[in-house]
Design a protein. Structure first.
Lengths: 178, 506, 506, 178
């Protein structure tokens, strides 16, 4: 029998899985054992989950922390790591050595840079504008402080997740985003 | 009819035009930017030429490169689609100078109607009411006084605009300048022209537009109205024809107004006249779009007329061949625009590779798209990736068809507006047709109820975890995408579980 | 309306019916055979139950299992689709006995019309001409004398039949017995009833059928005719509505004949009355199909009426709600049946896994299918896998749309009839509407001209060879399918380059 | 530079391939060098061949002797082996030690077996009927002779390519099929 720890939103589940004598698989979630079959269709991210009274189509793709699953058009992001559940937004929001990093929330072209290194910025003031799909998107500061590093120039392409600039914070903790 | 047509566009509308060419037996030429060599429109055409880099100014907006390519390929006409060069009078004139037919209105009409202020003068001359506004483009200096004279709330609109780009609502003088800044920037990015003008913001109103067809022989007909009040930040998301608010009498008045504006402008080819309709049944001209509209399919479904084929016939000199009395509008059609935006995260653009797409089909469903498995959604272009369109005998049948079509529509790898549409089509006010242009912000709070299939998702994750442990990463049974794009998915997963300083500018 | 409907079928028609259920807001139940657990119809329904093995007698033809499943799931009605149990009076009666509504005609009508001989008596009583034939089913003993009396050429037809199954043409007495043998075998396999009868073979004729709708209140209307003369061995391959051979006057006479037969039979629900039309404009009743037809979509496209929704409404007791005068037929619709048969190798069945399917879309195109990437085509069931259907304002527009749709349709992994259809839609006689039931064998010689893209194919093969040599087998750049199904492809490649003792029985 | 021998129908081609100084590939077929790019779309059998004035969609799957290619709905079966070109139908038609083997030309259910071991059969006489998709398909003998082995029973499923029965031939060579 194998055990897996899964997290879906605020819910953490210890799932048990075992092979039945006739070679099928059954899974125990929250004390309920269920016979299950899962088939992948061709080389696609489409899977079919066959239950006793229902056949469910599932789109599933791997992510670094688990699986990104869609059923009936709704997303289910499931973490399968063994560590403590992460607080949402934790990695991107936290200060490292008193510095806050603005990461690109989408891939786009840097349309405008409103600040220079050394500039003082308020919390919520606009730092950069990124253009994607003809829309101009303002990126604002999560902290008040001083621009300590500027990694992009106007006209450059910024990949999602890239560090765009850093702000040395005045306070030790950023406020929680809305 | 033409021998060979170059389609100066990309995405779903390029494919739409190429389909019409193929049905008419006309040879076709595509142009594509460097990152779009594998795009459907490039594959669909008989010939395809790379004309430059990803940014539109280097490719799809380069009138010189496009005309040079048309000459190289021996095309005798150019269809501009919508957006890009479709309403640029200079481009139409350059085509004519090169001996190539521009499939659209004459350059003079484009110039007149493209200047939104001049367009209003034409409407007034045609005896149609207009919305109060500035008589010309305004700069940062004149704007505050002009806005005060018109009276807040006001709209800033791109003089060269269309498609909701470069439009900003300003409710008070204090926010006028930053809004002007963003609107001009978007207008510049979208149309290569940063000119904007101001207009009184009427509220509540419906956005109603009338499709017209005009031939070179002077015949002008209308094909009824489209209801386009479902908008988010002046971007249309859902369109239908007919409008729940328009009866036969009003339809006749709207149609007559649109035709008289077209005649006043000496208009030729397909076009759209946009009005605001208030609750008393009065309507006001806002602008004329001298091109094919994104939402043209709803009119095609109720009229039975292929508008793109009609454009080609008209541009090649053929008469319309049907009078207003021949136009018979049947049933009800609705379109949903599917964009690469995360409807659950403030419509944030969502880029990446589409790992799977499966489109709705069956009775009464039409899809206009250029999606395929493996398509990379690029940052350079408009976020519209597909249109789901349905027809029903009445509005109820059309609504239930769209609900069914939206449930069938599957896209994996990027986020889209499908969740928004699925929720809209169960909203009681929308279903009752009780909408106006600010319906979305006033009455519709998007937000996804928790899915009912959490347990099934956990079962799947358990089985996939088990397979992964047994088979190692990348085995035949591993989850799709593990090898190929793990790092990219990592980035996206990280993003989609965060909050942050991000927001779309208003 | 019903609360929950069980769909006792598979493939494209099960999906078609499930779509109607979803649009009507009716909960749905699918049944599937063991090898079809991943089938689209099983996934599409709200509930799905496995009811037995692959062979249809163990699953889709098991009336007991289906009724037991309907009870278990709490379904209050069963839609039988076409084929399988759709015309079995005993099944309809068993549904009624179990308190479940059979969505179709009353058992008595099924019994009468299912007995093709009795059906002819009804037609005669309704004052409609019939084709000369035996007055009952015939065995090996009586057949020679009966055939001699009718006069050769004769047709052997399944008494319980439909869909072209169990039909054989016999031109001389010498080949009667073997043909009878095969026809009875196919009739047994398809309908569970080996009874056959004989009929005069009229030639040349068109196959023209009329769609009717009849409610429980006694209202009967017709929705015009379908032209189904494009047949191969009595299997329809292409259908259109209207027929190029039917004008308004003939349409009225055909419709009146169909309605009077339906009234004579006390018919309820959707049905089709089939006629042979000769070149003088005379028509002869051949049979009535007491079910939904494969080709129903062409009628839906010209009439705007959803026939499956109409079936559910009628079966739930609702009146039609429209009279003959309300029926307005608009434009022209054509359907191509796509089957898993190798059109370039004598229509030999082609089994295997579909590695890629990409279906046509855009203006005027409808696809009814249940295909998906990874689908395994099984030997147990009918070879029909998809239907491409188009609508145009006139026949010319419909023809050009179909040509475009066929060019867009991509299926890899198995062979299909797509190459046949692509050739048919450039055939001058077909394009002129100059067809009759033996058009294919007389005037149309299938055979594929050598493709013009040999050089491109060689370039691709060179690059793939290079990738394979550099990256080894199974690398990310290796040709699709190398790892997964090399052995199976091997077998198929082997087959497709051979001649041999194989041939389809005539 | 790499060389590949390809066969398409009756045509045999020696293709040369080399990398250009700027990292692209060019291919020489019949003396004409062409710059080519080939991209696979996702995990599908769909490829895109980019030429100077045309972008061609290609469906390509590997086979044992080469590649099974579709362009514009037309099939191109290309052999890439290095041996002599095979004569069409050769493997399946030839006699081995005076015996001819009937292989299943399609997967289906054996509906009827018309012969028994030891039966004499004429060329073209019906040996078996296989049912697939509700159609009954007659399989006939390519030779005259005696049934020497019968490997299937009625009701069994026969996979494509499976040996169904063997006939010891009277003559040494079967006639070519029509």
């Amino acid at each position: 029998m194998a055990k897996y720890t899964l997290r879906l939103g605020d819910r953490t589940v210890e799932a048990e899985l075992e092979e039945t004598p006739d070679g099928n698989l059954r899974v125990n979630i929250d004390g309920v054992w269920q016979l299950v079959r899962l088939r992948r269709l061709g080389d696609t991210p489409r899977y079919v989950l066959v239950l006793d009274d229902r056949v469910i189509e599932v789109l599933a793709e791997a992510g670094p922390q688990g699986f990104n699953i869609q059923i009936g058009g709704r997303p289910y992001e499931i973490e399968t790591g063994r560590g403590r559940p992460r607080r949402r937004g934790e990695e991107l929001e936290q200060l490292v050595d008193g510095e806050w990093t603005l990461r690109a929330p989408l891939t786009g072209i840097v349309a405008e840079v409103m600040v220079a290194e050394g500039d003082a910025v308020e919390k919520d003031s606009v730092l950069l504008i990124i253009e994607a799909m003809k829309m101009l998107n303002e990126l604002r500061s999560a902290v008040a402080g001083t621009v300590s590093a500027l990694n992009v120039k106007e006209g450059e392409r910024a990949e999602i997740g890239a560090s765009l600039l850093r702000v040395a914070a005045l306070s030790a903790e950023p406020e929680q985003p809305a | 009819m033409f021998d060979k047509v170059l389609v100066a566009n990309r995405g779903e509308i390029a494919v739409r035009v190429l389909r019409a060419c193929r049905e008419l037996g006309v040879a076709s030429v595509a142009v594509y930017s460097e990152p779009e060599a594998t795009a459907l429109h490039a594959r669909y055409a008989d010939e395809a030429y790379c004309i430059g880099g990803g940014p539109a100014v280097e490719s799809y907006l380069s009138s010189e490169k496009i005309i040079a390519t048309a000459k190289r390929a021996g095309a005798d006409a150019i269809h501009p689609g919508y957006g890009f060069l479709s309403e640029q009078a200079e481009f139409a004139a350059a085509c004519a100078a090169a001996g190539i037919t521009f499939i659209g209105p004459r350059p003079e009409s484009l110039r007149q109607l493209g200047d939104k202020v001049e367009a209003r003068r034409i409407a007034e001359a045609a005896g149609v009411l207009t919305v109060p506004g500035t008589t010309g483009a305004v700069g940062f200096d004149e704007a505050p006084a002009a806005a005060a004279e018109i009276g807040y709330p006001i709209l800033i609109k791109a003089a060269a605009g269309g498609g909701g780009k470069g439009i900003r609502l300003v409710t008070e003088a204090a926010t006028l300048e930053p809004a002007l800044h963003l609107a001009k920037g978007e207008a510049e990015a979208s149309f290569g022209d940063g000119g904007v003008y101001l207009e009184r913001y009427l509220d509540p109103v419906r956005h109603i537009e009338v499709q017209i067809l005009a031939d070179r022989q002077g015949n002008v007909i209308h094909l009824g109205e489209r209801e386009c009040s479902i908008q988010r930040r002046s971007q249309k998301l859902v369109e239908e024809s007919p409008s729940p608010a328009v009866d036969a009498g009003l339809r006749e008045r709207l149609g007559a107004a649109a035709i008289s504006i077209a005649r006043q402008a000496g208009y030729e080819n397909a076009g759209t006249v946009e009005f605001l309709l208030d609750s008393t049944g009065s309507f006001y001209f806002i602008e004329a779009n001298a091109r094919l509209q994104v939402e043209h399919p709803v009119t095609e479904l109720v009229s039975g007329i292929d508008l793109v084929q009609a454009q080609l016939r008209i541009a090649s000199g053929e008469p319309l061949g049907l009078s207003q009395a021949d136009v018979r509008l049947t049933g009800w059609a609705i379109e949903c625009r599917i964009t690469a935006e995360d409807a659950l995260k403030g419509f944030m653009p969502s880029l990446g590779q589409i790992s799977l797409v499966s489109e709705p089909a069956g009775p009464g469903v039409r899809v206009d798209s250029s999606l395929f498995d493996g398509l990379e959604i690029l940052p350079y272009y408009d976020s519209l990736i597909a249109k789901a369109i349905v027809w029903g005998r009445d509005r109820g049948e059309a609504l239930s068809r769209m609900r069914r079509a939206l449930a069938e529509y599957e896209i994996a790898g990027i986020k889209t507006t499908l969740p928004f549409h699925r929720e809209l089509f169960v909203n009681p006010d929308f279903l009752a047709g009780d909408i106006e242009t600010r319906f979305l912000e006033r009455k519709f709070l998007p937000g996804l109820a928790e899915g009912a299939d959490g347990n099934a998702a956990l079962l799947v994750a358990t089985l996939l975890s088990h397979e992964r442990q047994r088979g190692g990463w990348g085995g035949a049974q591993a989850a799709a995408g593990e090898q190929r794009s793990g790092w990219r998915l990592a980035a996206r997963l990280g993003r989609s579980t965060r909050g942050g300083p991000w927001r779309n500018t208003p």
